[in-house]
Write a protein that binds this ligand. Sequence first.
Ligand code: C5P
Length: 201
Amino acid sequence: MIFTVAIDGPAAAGKGTISKAVAARFGLRHLDTGLLYRAVGAKTLDGVDPVAAALALTPKDLDGDALRTSDIAQAASRVAVLPDVRAALTQFQKGFARATGGAVLDGRDICTVICPEAEVKLYVTASAEVRADRRFKELSAKGEAVTYDSVLADVRARDARDMGRAEAPLVAADDATVIDTSRMDIDAAVATAIAVVQAAM
Ligand code: C5P
């Protein structure tokens, strides 16, 4: 079976939780494509050239917990504007999406560039303030010394870079189902996504 669920949206809109829940519910593999850009961004903070880092990426570089800091998020969105970095990561993502078994991929250009043929396309979004509040709580709980205002500024800077770049900008695909989670708790958002996927199966 080949069945792809493509999920795009800005930072902290709920994509990650929704993707994991959809994958678990339908027995699909899951790829958080942001981790690829975070891993490349992290290497550039150590002085490695971004394109070289993208070409040399291996699964052991994709340690989710270590890569989820605000510095690495900003570094990720800076390398993500580079066409050669994006090109180096494309084949792996396309292969993962279309391998037998079905998959959920989440990111910024999954519906538009990586999997335009996906059976289900979702665009998960929320207001910048709601997303900053969620990310602030998440980072504070992990012990990062951040303020709400600094997180909101980071969210806005990343949105501007992701939506404004020339190559594969973040945008809702014309045929994507939009889920706005600003006034939804995460259980309701997950239930909405699962219902959309179920209807397409
Ligand atoms: O989703 P996450 O916050 O981990 O993504 C980190 C950064 O990686 C994003 O801000 C974006 O710049 C970049 N990214 C991308 N395309 C993707 C996934 C992530 O450009 N498919």
